[in-house]
Ligand binder design. Structure first.
Ligand SMILES: Cc1ncc(C[n+]2csc(CCOP(=O)(O)OP(=O)(O)O)c2C)c(N)n1
Length: 658
């Protein structure tokens, strides 16, 4: 039996509240309301239920805690400091300042104990659902020690955002009973009362999604919270949502109103609030010793839990497999393709590469947002990850691109190597999650097929234009648009070997397999290379993906006109820019100013490679017709590219002779 809650518990809760007030007041910005209302539920969770080891934030068996409403991050920072993570009090005093460990929203990889970056509402709970899938999956494959539980604090804003419904629907379907969401039901957002825009029965909605639900009527009643948590944790066969009725900004004169949500309220209100909570208004960032001692029990308790877990893992028949997964090391062979294997769409090549590597990479897991036969994301021997068969490795995400994005991030954050597939155009439906994979710099793999107007008949609703430019503008992201099957194999190798997110842009339409004996397609891993051409070219033809073949056709025309040309395949700008200057200048010599860049997408960004030359790209949406017809009408023909090359050559040579 746990001991009764006592005055020290209450003191700890009020310590968290006053730390939030002092930090926000000092920073002159931030969000004290949520920490003040949700402190009791966080306290009960962190002192009674959460299995974690502050000395080792990377313990694979730990429970994951995600503060989905990242704006309330002073709650998390206080808990991390109080329970003994490597987050000194001085860092709490530097809340939201340049170079501090306490940024304005929690950032993964920046502060020990932060499991995922949160702040864009809805992402945290959805990423946490990915973690819960990982925990359930690992447990089903490798036994109890491999699994873990996931706890979330989510706010009204989290539950309003569509992505949380997508992911929660999947969580209910998959019966993830290792997941407990504490819903901070304070009925207040920035604009005012939730009645302004959010009046459905939230608990009833989660019932309908297949979750087990309960309500805590008083968010300050520690016993009630404790009982609800214990019941949710022991519930089998369903994820749990506990709606906890809280008062935003509890303790402050603005409590219960949207004024309490954010911003420093001034010294006077700070003093009143601290007095209300039993703290000396003249003293700042005060942590009473007895409260600290109670939180710090987490260190010894966590170390003991971790030691027990380690012994159990060592004795487990799965010890070696688990060690291999947690080490993160990969060994695999993507194989290679010969011209006779083609013609082959790069999406088909991707499917073949996946089939080849899937048995070699135990931590690989993935799926598609209901486009499996189009995305070719399913390795032949994989079973479905389904209710009752969590050991399966193929995830049917359903038509939920955004939820898929967040779930893939959660799987990756749990040590798995995860990918998700959809049509490239539907990147737009999942962009916030893709952006977070980049911000966190984690190796999520995005498999985007139907990568241009060349997809044909589905027409402009499905034909991407600006998506390549969008992803290239996003820091930390490797975009890879292969020209054939062997470049596709190189793309998968890059995606798996690098530690940042990779987006593979793959064709629907068939392309020849370039003979590796003639064309050095293995060089694709350098991002750009000389595919073919004269040693001393007058003109450069620079292209990606399917347009590389258009450039090769243009080169033939130019050769027949005695114009010396070179075709550069540039599947990944980011990888190419990482190469030494000498190499880049060998591939794209500065002295060759007559250039044509070809890509069936937005021209934005190509200026850097085109220089004074021409860009054959798209400033318009596509059209519905067979793919070859669309490409021809929109100008992606060898003749048009050859003409552009001749024009560039004569313009630039004339300019030089004037
Ligand atoms: C996707 C997204 N849209 C908008 C915001 C800006 N924002 C921060 S908090 C908030 C709403 C706050 O309401 P709630 O989620 O109930 O949090 P609480 O008021 O309880 O702190 C908004 C709109 C955001 N962080 N993320």
């Amino acid at each position: 039996m746990s001991r009764q809650f006592d005055d020290i518990d209450q003191l700890g809760i009020n310590t968290i509240r006053t730390l939030a007030v002092d930090a926000v007041e000092q920073a002159k910005s931030g969000h004290p309301g949520l920490p003040m209302g949700a402190a009791p539920m966080a306290h009960v969770l962190w002192t009674r239920h959460l299995r974690h080891s502050p000395a080792n934030p990377h313990w694979p068996g730990r429970d994951r805690f995600v503060l989905s409403a990242g704006h309330g991050c002073m709650l998390l920072y206080s808990l991390l400091h109080l329970t003994g993570y490597d987050l000194p009090l001085d860092e709490l005093k530097r809340f939201r300042q340049w170079g501090s460990m306490t940024p304005g929203h929690p950032e993964y990889g920046h502060t020990p104990g932060v499991e995922t970056t949160t702040g864009p509402l809805g992402q945290g709970i959805s990423t946490a659902i990915g973690m819960a899938i990982a925990g359930a999956h690992l447990k089903a494959r490798f036994g109890n020690d491999a699994g873990f539980r996931v706890f979330v604090i989510a706010s009204d804003g989290d539950l309003m955002e569509g992505v949380s419904n997508e992911a929660s629907s999947l969580a209910g379907h998959l019966a993830l009973d290792n997941l407990v969401v504490l819903y901070d039901d304070n009925t207040v957002t920035i604009d005012g009362h939730t009645d302004l825009a959010f009046t459905e029965d939230r608990v009833g909605r989660y019932d309908a999604l297949g979750w087990s639900t309960s309500t805590v009527s008083d968010g300050n009643d520690l016993d009630e919270i404790d009982k609800a948590l214990a019941a949710a944790i022991s519930k089998t066969g369903q994820p749990s949502l506990i709606a906890v009725k809280t008062v935003i900004g509890f303790g402050s004169p603005d409590a219960g109103t949207s004024r309490a949500h954010s911003d420093a309220r001034g010294a006077e209100q700070q003093a009143v609030t601290k007095r209300n909570l039993g703290f000396d208004p003249e003293k700042f960032f005060v942590i009473p010793e007895e409260a600290l001692a109670r939180y710090r029990e987490a260190v010894g308790r966590g170390a003991a839990q971790e030691a027990e877990w380690s012994a159990s893992v060592d004795a487990s028949p799965h010890a070696a497999e688990l060690g291999a997964i947690w080490s993160g090391e990969l060994e695999f062979d993507t194989g290679s393709f010969a011209p006779d294997d083609g013609p082959m769409a790069t999406r088909a090549a991707s499917g073949k590469v996946l089939a080849r590597i899937a048995p070699e990479i135990p931590q690989l897991i993935g799926g598609s947002a209901d486009l499996t036969p189009s995305n070719n994301t399913r390795p032949p021997d994989w079973d479905d990850l389904a209710p009752g068969t969590h050991e399966g490795r193929y995830v049917h995400f359903g038509v939920r691109e955004h939820g898929m994005g967040a779930v893939v991030n959660g799987l990756v954050l749990s040590g798995l190597r995860a990918y998700g597939g959809t049509f490239f155009n539907f990147l737009d439906y999942m962009k916030p999650a893709v952006r977070l994979s980049a911000l966190m710099n984690i190796p999520s793999i995005w498999v985007y097929t139907h990568d241009s107007v060349g997809l044909g008949e589905d027409g402009p609703t499905h034909q991407p234009i600006e998506q390549l430019a969008t992803l290239r503008a996003q820091p930390n992201t490797t975009v890879f648009r292969p020209a054939d099957a062997n470049e596709t194999a190189a793309g998968w190798r890059i995606a798996l070997e690098r530690r940042n997110p990779t987006a593979l842009a793959l064709t629907r339409q068939a392309l020849p397999v370039l003979d590796p004996a003639t064309y050095p397609t293995h060089e694709a891993s350098r991002g750009g290379y000389v595919l073919d051409g004269d040693d001393d070219p007058q003109v450069l033809l620079i292209a990606t993906g399917s347009e590389v073949h258009v450039a090769l056709g243009a080169r033939e025309i130019l050769t027949s006109k005695s114009i010396r040309s070179r075709v550069v395949s540039l599947p990944s700008w980011e990888l190419f820019e990482e190469q030494a200057l000498g190499y880049r200048e060998q591939v794209i010599p500065p002295s060759v100013r007559a250039r044509v860049c070809v890509e069936a997408a937005s021209p934005i960004g190509w200026e850097r490679y085109a220089g004074e030359g021409e860009i054959v790209a798209l400033d318009r949406f596509g059209a519905s017709a067979p793919g070859a017809t669309v490409l021809e009408h929109l100008g992606f023909t060898p003749q048009r590219v050859a003409d552009a090359a001749s024009d560039a050559l004569s313009r630039i040579t004339q300019g030089a002779s004037q």
